[in-house]
Design a protein around this ligand. Structure first.
Ligand code: IPM
Ligand code: MG
Length: 358
């Protein structure tokens, strides 16, 4: 295999700490398994923006689009930059610019101890959410009028295209087919938003006809939130729009044991040879930054998703097994019931990984 260029953007807050651990894993794969990974560390984020005003430079954007196989992002967001414009430039620059229309977020609980629901076990929490990632309210079409006056108006348009909706729904069904799932759920708010979400509703059942062995079930997003807390076990694949996917996957993270356990992939799902963006869902968590408190396990799982994307089959399962063991043996951070720091959890993971290579 030719060398694969991986852009690493540690970013802000706890991002650098968790990406340091992720990088150790990638370096071990390089050293012990001969994975030909070219790691390209980028200095982007709040520090850089405050230092020289740079957000997401064109030359970096061009090289990522033209040469990289994957981008691994820690987190963006810093209280020193209240508007976080630079963060949107980078994150949305990657998601929109690379047309990464499927934000794939596994909501999988890896230990009974982490399930927050009474009477439920880890096996009840095992689904993958496909969040549309290039449209919706996130395109920021709109504006403000008479700002700062009592007559102020603020508008954000919700953009839904047939192409965008259809390809995301299809990605969900393709995933279900590939993984033997018998049902795909779609959540919208078509009872209130009769234009945009009627498109989702219609498109969902049209695409579903192409997958005769898979049942298509529609529900309103408020009901989905209700059922996810009451009994998440029927949900295996959930497709939804950008905003609802953002919200539902934070609820999902709570079902997994917290944001420290939630991984994600942003991909152009119909063509896996294109560059993908991989990021733990937790965000920059400013109060935890620099204290060796951040849970690196979401990043370990995210590296697993990235390795699958890069064609290293089996490594995602290997890393997931190590994460399970870290939780089971309490070799983990406080948010998931352990007493270790970020770096020590990284040590555990790297050791286990080295041993697993035999
Ligand atoms: C996420 C985050 C982002 C989003 C923010 C930082 C803009 O919440 O990745 O879930 O809403 O997509
Ligand atoms: Mg979010």
């Amino acid at each position: 295999m030719a060398s694969k260029l991986i852009a690493l953007i540690p970013g802000d807050g706890i991002g650098p700490e968790v990406i340091t651990q992720a990088r150790r894993i990638l370096e071990l794969y390089r050293e012990k398994r001969g994975f030909d990974l070219d790691l390209w560390q980028l200095d982007l984020g709040a520090d850089r923006f405050l230092r020289d005003g740079v957000m997401y430079p064109k030359d970096v954007e061009g090289r990522i689009a033209g040469e990289a196989s994957a981008v691994l992002l820690g987190a963006l967001g810093d209280p020193r930059v209240p508007g976080i414009e630079y963060a949107r430039e980078i994150l949305f620059g990657l998601r929109f610019g690379l047309d990464l229309y499927a934000n794939v977020r596994p909501v999988k609980c890896l230990d009974d101890r982490l399930v927050p629901l009474k009477g439920r076990t880890a096996k009840d929490v095992d689904m993958t959410v496909f969040r549309e990632n290039t449209e919706g309210i996130y395109v920021n079409i709109g504006g403000q009028f008479k700002r700062g006056t009592p007559d102020e108006i603020a508008i954000n348009e919700d953009v839904n295209t047939r192409k965008g909706v259809e390809r995301l729904i299809r990605a969900g069904f393709e995933f279900a087919k590939a993984n033997g799932h018998k049902v795909v759920h779609m959540a919208d708010k078509s009872n209130a938003m009769k234009h945009a979400h009627e498109l989702w509703y219609r498109c969902f059942f049209e695409v579903a006809k192409e997958y005769p062995g898979i049942e298509a079930k529609h529900l309103y997003v408020d009901a989905l939130c209700f059922f996810l807390v009451q009994d998440p076990s029927p949900f295996k694949v959930v497709v939804t729009n950008n905003l609802f996917g953002d919200i539902v996957t934070d609820l999902g993270a709570a079902l997994q044991g917290g944001l420290g356990m939630a991984s994600s992939a942003n991909v152009h799902a119909s063509d896996p040879s294109r560059v993908g963006l991989f990021e733990p869902v937790h965000g920059s968590a400013p109060p935890l930054a620099g204290k060796d408190l951040a849970n690196p396990l979401a990043s370990v799982l995210t590296v697993g998703m990235m390795l699958t994307h890069l064609g290293y089959a089996g490594e995602e399962a290997r890393l997931e097994a190590i994460v399970r063991k870290a939780i089971a043996e309490r070799k983990c951070t406080r948010d998931v019931g352990g007493e270790l720091g970020t770096r020590a959890v990284g040590d555990f993971v790297v050791n286990e990984l080295a041993h697993s290579f035999g």
